[in-house]
Ligand binder design. Structure first.
Ligand code: R5P
Length: 291
């Protein structure tokens, strides 16, 4: 069997199915049994190509379980295919890419070793938190962006004098890229986060957002803390509606409810993490990176 195979991990079933259609690959599904102690038993349904297989498994929570499942799928793929491309739509641990405080372990380094030893030839990720993370990998890597896909969604809305806003300086380039694609202006708020307590503050002054619709752009929403702080701040400046565009909506606990309560009209994310807000499909962008 020489056709390309897409091996679908449980955390990315819909995306893997869409991707397999786009790249005309046969789809190999995985059946998972999680035992009472938390161990996963994976059974693959279908034949794996001898030539090349593409493993698709996102690493949203439960992060470690999804990681072990990804490594297991890669190992099995490598037993059959000479080339194994691994798509990790949401790369867990991407924020642990450097030693911020003395003694901290850079988990991205550990992941680099694990993916390589499992048999990955190349890793494709989407909007990784920082490119520093991938520097710890010695195999080929590609970081694709979901920004054009997100912009495509927002172009269909009729917004009033829209302005793109990054909730922090770290996301300035992302906001700039979004604004360029969307053909609008952008700003980046000045946010500070205490590395020990996690407390976030915004210090920006003299904003011209009155009566404008805003799109807050971020890579990840986890607890919602950054978006809530930015929303509360922007609402005080009398802006009109606030939309949120993000690639990876983890939305832990009741983050979505809290974000809406703070005054956000709608949260739009991609299917790197499937859920209520993942209205933007990125399978076409991933397909381009594979072919
Ligand atoms: C921070 O640098 C990231 O780009 C996100 O803004 C952050 O990870 C979001 O986390 P949370 O939703 O918990 O504020």
């Amino acid at each position: 069997m020489n056709k390309l195979s897409v091996i679908s991990g449980k955390s990315s079933e819909d995306l893997a199915r869409k991707l397999s259609k786009k790249i005309k690959a046969n789809l190999v599904k995985s059946e998972i049994k999680v035992f009472p102690d938390g161990e996963s038993k994976i059974t693959l349904i279908g034949k794996i190509s001898k030539k090349k297989s593409v493993v698709v498994q996102s690493m949203y929570p439960p992060v470690d379980t999804n990681l072990v499942q990804a490594l297991s799928l890669i190992t099995k793929a490598k037993e059959n295919s000479s080339e194994v491309v691994v798509v990790i739509p949401y790369m867990g641990y991407a924020r642990q890419d450097r030693e911020f405080l003395p003694g901290e372990i850079v988990t991205m380094k550990v992941l680099g070793k694990l993916f390589k030893s499992a048999g990955a030839s190349k890793i494709i990720v989407v909007d990784i938190h920082s490119s520093i993370g991938l520097k710890h990998f010695s195999i080929k890597t590609k970081n694709v962006t979901a920004i054009p896909d997100l912009v495509g969604f927002f172009k269909k809305l009729s917004l009033k004098n829209p302005l793109i806003v990054s909730p922090d300086q770290g996301g300035k380039e992302r906001a700039k890229e979004f604004a360029k694609e969307f053909n609008s202006d952008y700003i980046a708020l000045e946010k500070t986060r205490d590395r020990k307590t996690g407390k976030v503050e915004i210090k920006t002054k003299n904003l011209e957002v009155k009566n404008r619709d805003l799109i807050l752009v971020d890579d990840i929403i986890s607890t919602g803390g950054s978006i809530i702080k930015a929303t509360q701040f922007l609402k005080k400046q009398k802006c009109k509606r606030i939309y949120v565009a993000c690639t990876h909506a983890l939305l832990m606990n009741d983050a979505e409810k809290k974000i809406k309560k703070a005054g956000v009209t709608s949260i739009i994310s991609t299917n790197t993490i499937p859920g209520k807000t993942s209205k933007v499909d990125i399978s076409k962008t991933i397909a381009k990176a594979i072919m």
